[in-house]
Write a protein that binds this ligand. Structure first.
Ligand SMILES: C[S@@+](CC[C@H](N)C(=O)[O-])C[C@H]1O[C@@H](n2cnc3c(N)ncnc32)[C@H](O)[C@@H]1O
Length: 418
């Protein structure tokens, strides 16, 4: 089956997330860094999209025929089927001229009316309907209509259309609810967006799968374990809230008592909101310095953590200060990784490190790579993901308005000796 995903504001990270989340992901084409077309045998739907942080809209191909814009109204009629009552439709396009989109809307409406079917559309040639309108109009489940996705694909000297139907969209209201309504928000430690937390967790799931596959190959064990996530720099617990929604068991710790209390409150709140009982999904939160030995009865499947980004920064800092922060941070990362290698061996790690904006570019951590190498961790990326920065096996998340970005690093544990 072929799908098209409208990518978030960091296209490479969005593609990496798709690759990490879909075992048989096969990238076909990326259009202008905005839309990724890919193959998979899996049936992807809204429930799947709800677990992704980096995809705005997901569409499934409805026909492989070589159709033209003149055929779109027929495809729409076909997709709407024999539904009774007033139907709603919408069009989402890429690389289709604006006047052609306007004509398409008119033509589709006229064609449906011609069949005696009352209809209306959402979105326009200027802007497609925002996801919230798709939900309100019930276009995703297809109850009252559907949204068609039409992509203009240029190939050498020829062009063709990719035609699909929207099967999932980002539920912005639900994101803002859990982000803004949670009882504890701490702006002094930097606010991790829930979407980025989901992306990190998907990378964590990917590393777990890879680690298990390697173990299975060597020990021929069978059977799946339940997923347990550990965030040793948990702060207010944004990563763990997202893990809770996936029904993954949770381990969390932080050096600050305030964070332990905050994380506990946030998780309890979300449990109540979503009726997730402790007997179904466990969570344990305690105070601990992540550079001091971990003493866990059972190791987690994966560590997923933002680590510490240092103090909040609202301006570009003088280079001298950045150099100081960098030295401090390198030290902390080194001590944490040495501790993890010693007391949680065999556990893969997804972590985010700070990257500071400077006049001449971004300042990344350096020395920590030597530590990774010394400890035998293997930096990884999901398949089909190229390096954004030559020589750095990582992904780089930044926002225009922020002075500290995040470098996302995925570490497979050292290979077990036999
Ligand atoms: C950037 S925040 C993490 C934010 C978190 N992702 C959230 O959702 O709020 C970093 C956290 O690391 C904690 N921290 C700093 N040094 C630590 C250490 N040595 N061991 C454990 N936690 C530490 C801080 O107290 C802070 O809560």
């Amino acid at each position: 089956m072929q799908y098209a995903a409208f990518l978030g504001h960091q296209p490479l990270i969005s593609i990496a997330e798709l690759s990490a989340s879909i075992e048989d992901f096969s990238l076909v084409k990326v259009l202008d860094n905005r839309v990724a077309i890919f193959d998979t045998a899996q049936d992807l739907d809204q429930e799947f999209l709800d677990t992704l942080g980096g995809i705005v809209v997901l569409a499934k191909q409805v026909t492989e025929e070589d159709l033209s814009l003149d055929d779109i109204h027929k495809v729409l009629t076909n997709e709407i089927g024999s539904k009774r009552g007033k139907v709603t439709f919408s069009l989402r396009t890429h690389n289709i001229p604006r006047d052609a989109i306007a004509t398409l809307y008119r033509r589709c409406k006229k064609s449906l009316k011609g069949q005696g079917r009352p209809c209306r559309y959402v979105g326009s040639e200027k802007k497609p309907a925002p996801p919230i309108v798709l939900f309100d109009s019930e276009l995703i489940e297809g109850k009252d209509g559907c949204e068609l996705v039409i992509l203009g694909i240029q190939e050498d000297d020829s062009s063709r259309l990719w035609i699909g139907r929207t099967v999932g969209a980002q539920d912005i209201n639900w994101y803002s609810f859990r982000d803004m309504e949670k009882p504890v928000r701490d702006t002094t430690i930097g606010l991790l967006p829930p979407k980025l937390a989901q992306i990190l967790l998907n990378f964590g799931e990917f590393l777990t799968r890879e680690t298990r596959n390697q173990k299975l190959e060597t020990s021929k064990q069978k059977g799946e374990l339940a997923l347990t996530i550990y965030d040793p720099f948990c702060g207010t617990g944004v990563i763990l809230m997202e893990a809770l929604l996936r029904e993954w068991d949770i381990l969390a710790s932080d050096i600050a008592k305030k964070a332990v209390t905050g994380c506990t409150k946030n998780l309890d709140w979300l449990r109540k909101e979503e009726k997730i009982l402790k007997k179904d999904v466990s969570s344990e939160i305690w105070k601990q310095d992540a550079t001091k030995p971990f003493d866990l009865k059972d190791p987690p499947d994966v560590i997923v953590t933002e680590t510490t980004l240092g103090p909040p920064i609202t301006n570009r800092l003088p280079m001298k200060e950045v150099a100081k922060l960098k030295t401090q941070n390198e030290k902390l990362q080194e001590q944490f990784l040495e501790n993890a290698a010693a007391t949680l061996p065999g556990v893969p790690i997804v972590c985010a490190w700070p990257v500071w904006k400077q006049k001449g570019g971004w300042i990344h951590l350096d020395k920590v790579w030597k530590v990774i190498d010394k400890l035998g961790y293997r930096p990884s990326l999901p398949p089909e993901v190229g390096l954004e920065i030559p020589g750095r096996m990582s992904l780089f998340y930044r926002r225009k308005d922020q002075f500290v970005g995040r470098e996302i690093v995925m570490l497979m544990p050292p290979r077990a000796r036999h």
